[in-house]
Design a binder for this molecule. Sequence first.
Ligand code: NAD
Ligand code: UDP
Length: 319
Amino acid sequence: MARVLITGAAGFLGSHLCDRFINEGNEVIGMDNLITGDLKNIEHLFELPNFEFYNHDVTKFVHVPGPLDYILHFASPASPIDYLKIPIQTLKVGAMGTHNLLGLAKEKKARILIASTSEVYGDPLVHPQTEEYFGNVNTLGPRGVYDEAKRFMESITMAYHRFHALETRIVRIFNTYGPRMRLNDGRVIPAFIGQALRGEDLTIFGEGTQTRSFCYVDDQIDGIYKLLMSDYVYPVNIGNPKEITINQLAHEILELTGSDQRVINKPLPADDPLQRKPDISKAAEILDWYPLVSREEGFAKTFEYFKNIPNEELFKREH
Ligand code: NAD
Ligand code: UDP
């Protein structure tokens, strides 16, 4: 049984990671300051003797008593709307938060995996994106706070690996969806499903010709788990390479929800990447990992979750 610290534990991916590590028979410490997460994502774990929760902001010194075998650093605002609203915290959690957790990993001699992102490729000029591509990020644009925090996070992690011989892993996560996303966090799948459920028109930003490749959460968690258990220290893309336009996505969501609303166009946010699709040959070769869940199956499970959320949450306006 390993002792595992998961930051961002009350968020979408963090809460699914807690479940996975608990199910594998480990002791899990979840840490979160609840800035974009919600305790209801992990409340089912509170009764368990092998789960503990620390309400803590990881940009402040992180102390965990006792030994630790693994640290998974997932704390960070993750949706464009969130990180545009809290840009300084986003930079701090990627920079100071990561530094604190690397220091903790060094003290505990723990292996640490950090959550990087396809956003390190910016608005990519290479398609699909391989891990060797250095990216095309506008450091000064509004999304730069997230992209550059994540790029710094990768650099400081490699520095700790090289300078302190720390055991490190870096996952570059591509758009992932599923139950426990916040309906109003602005990310496109919950945004469209929420609009469909409220009987509103679906808002497509720009012409809707931009592309994304959506990965179901179970596949993502499995890839992250395999990467942590591997001995590979360089970044690995984890995502589903099935690419679609946002127009196509809107129509699939209308069909899924049986809605007859229209789609309407809104301005495209600054630096919104025009195309995104992971090259996953490294994950396939090193981890023997491939996504298994089709969009149809993943969308159906996600819709089932959102269909059951209470009306006050469905109609809550955050932005
Ligand atoms: P989320 O917003 O659901 O979860 C993030 C969690 O981190 C929240 O519970 C939030 O309260 C917590 N948090 C933020 N700042 C914190 C701080 N200073 N101290 C402690 N806790 C803090 O987002 P998510 O989709 O679960 O993303 C988790 C991680 O995965 C993030 O690092 C994100 O950058 C990365 N990621 C996610 C995706 C995706 O598609 N979901 C894609 C790329 C990268
Ligand atoms: N998007 C959209 N309508 C929405 C929300 C998002 O058309 O209501 C678009 C957004 O401009 C982007 C894509 O959907 O091109 C994916 O957005 P998301 O925020 O989910 O992820 P990211 O841009 O970080 O990949």
